[in-house]
Design a protein around this ligand. Structure first.
Ligand code: ADP
Length: 513
């Protein structure tokens, strides 16, 4: 995680500290910016004021020079020649000095239109010519547009002289004037140097003022906001603590509830185990009752036949040799047949029971249900009684492949077909149809036989439930089917509208993917 993200992490975030730091940075930046901009604005305003002053002063001086020097000199000497006519120079110097006396004008120059200095309060500069193009301000004034430039202390001016104190150099066009004081043509350029020593002082003062004012107002703002932030931080702290408390309580409650749920779950598991146990006991009870009931009758027959035969044998053996009572002997084949039949019945019951409780693992393979059903039907039809009956078979057009144990599935369909045969007593209609649905295959075995009573529908899959007379059914066939279909993740359902209305059995199995 980057460092700043760590710092800004909600749990580490200290509002007051970050407020103080950011405010300090913002205040410092704003104060410096204002301290830089404000003095510059102040300086510009000062230069503008000085320029305006120079403008008025120069206009006045232009008039004075014209009136007090130029007109009298021209009247007297007919021409102006300041370089050679010392009197003229002196007169002009007097006029200029009288007019600048007491003002903050440090130097004054008068140029002709060639940039030649024809008069200056610095006499040694008279006679110099400033090259056109080197002094842009002078060039501008020669073209009739006033211009000025600030010369800071420690630099040099346009004449190459060292500047002791800050000056403002201003160039103005110098005009010939009418008698009424109106300007005629431009005859030269007047340049004045104004003392601007207050310029830097004023700038420094303005800077200080700006920084103090901004700093103070920002400081007050900072304090006001600080109080607000302090209050907010306090509220946030309280809320955070409340939230943490709520979270802790919630965690505790969740823990308690989890424990409660775990306890309830364990209790439920215990109850379920008990239930399963009692269900098991109940099933064993049903199984034992059914088994006892089923086996009791044939065993009773076997026992009474055996007793009968024993009695008869005693009578035969107790008589002298040659005793031959035909009646006694005649009972033997009949009784022995009953003993055989009943014993085989017991064997059949035991074998069904073994089938039902068989623990062998099914062997799953990919098989087409169409094939399983048609194979089963062929086997069943080989039995003579079933052959007599018309059974309609509608296989699915598409293969219906499932993952299953072919032998076990055959047993399911065989039970259903034989049950249908029994229900129709060999004469009704039986139809078997296979439907391929989206993810499953449905096998529907329908008959028009004796039907099932609504109250029996729930019981027919129970082991030993049978409505057939004693000796005809064991009640294990559908229970076996149920178990097999369940192992194949399918379901088996029975539908009947009641006695005499036929029955439909549906087996649904998942299709192989
Ligand atoms: P069993 O056939 O030995 O009785 P089953 O488990 O196969 O045992 O059947 C249980 C009972 O379900 C049958 O006794 C019968 O009452 C009912 N039964 C099963 N199939 C049909 C059917 N096709 N029509 C009507 N009743 C049926």
């Amino acid at each position: 995680m980057p460092k700043f993200q760590k710092i800004l992490h909600p749990e580490k975030f200290n509002l007051i500290l970050y407020y103080a730091l950011t405010s300090f940075i913002v205040i410092a930046i704003i104060s410096l910016a204002v301290g830089w901009i404000f003095p510059r604005m102040e300086g510009q305003a000062l230069i503008k004021r000085s320029e305006e002053y120079a403008h008025y002063f120069i206009s006045h001086l232009n008039y004075k020079i014209y009136k007090d020097f130029l007109l009298p000199a021209l009247r007297r000497d007919k021409q102006i020649d300041l370089e050679n006519n010392h009197r003229q120079f002196k007169k002009l110097d007097t006029v200029v000095r009288e007019n600048i006396y007491g003002l903050k004008i440090r130097k004054l120059y008068l140029y002709d239109l060639e940039g030649h200095i024809i008069y200056s309060t610095v006499p040694e500069h008279v006679g110099f010519t400033l090259d056109r193009g080197t002094n842009k301000k002078l060039d501008s004034a020669i073209r009739g547009i006033a211009a000025s430039a600030i010369r800071l202390a420690g630099t040099t001016d346009s004449k190459g002289a060292y500047v002791m104190e800050t000056l403002l150099e201003s160039y103005y066009p110098f005009y010939e004037m009418g008698k009424d004081g109106s300007k005629k043509g431009q005859v030269g350029v007047l340049e004045i140097y104004q003392d601007m020593s207050r310029f830097e002082k004023q700038m420094t003062k303005a800077r200080e003022k700006a920084i103090i004012m901004t700093g103070t107002s920002m400081g007050i703002l900072f304090l006001v906001l600080f109080l607000v932030v302090l209050k907010a931080a306090r509220i946030i702290n309280i809320r955070t603590r409340q939230l943490i408390d709520a979270r802790n309580t919630l965690e505790q409650k969740v823990e308690e509830r989890t424990l409660e749920i775990r306890g309830a779950y364990e209790k439920l598991q215990h109850t379920q185990r008990k239930l399963i146990h009692s269900e098991k006991l109940a099933s064993i009870g049903t199984l034992v009752t059914g088994l006892a009931h089923e086996i009791n009758n044939p065993l009773a027959s076997v026992a009474s036949c055996a007793e009968g035969l024993t009695e008869r044998l005693k009578t035969i053996v107790g008589h002298k040799e040659g005793y031959n009572n035909k009646e006694e002997w005649e009972a033997f084949p009949e009784y022995l047949k009953i003993i055989c039949d009943e014993t085989y019945r017991c064997k059949a019951i035991i074998s069904d029971l073994l089938n039902f409780s068989r623990q062998s693992e099914p062997e799953f393979v990919r098989i087409d249900i169409n094939r399983v059903v048609s194979d089963t039907l062929s086997v069943v039809q080989r039995q003579s009684q079933v052959k007599m009956q018309n059974i309609q078979l509608d296989l699915s057009k598409d293969p219906c492949v499932v993952i299953g144990d072919p032998q076990q599935l055959k047993q399911v369909f065989m039970n259903l077909i034989i049950n249908a045969f029994h229900a129709t007593e060999g004469y009704g209609d039986i139809s078997i149809a296979i439907y391929r649905r989206q993810t499953v295959v449905q096998i529907v075995v329908k008959d028009s036989g004796i039907g099932i009573k609504p109250e029996d529908l729930d019981k027919i899959f129970d082991p030993f439930f049978t409505t057939k007379p004693t000796g005809k059914g064991t009640g294990l066939g559908l229970a076996i089917c149920y178990g097999i279909v369940d192992v194949h993740n399918g379901r088996i359902e029975a539908f009947s509208e009641g006695s005499g209305k036929g029955a439909t059995f549906t087996v649904t199995l998942p299709l192989a993917t």
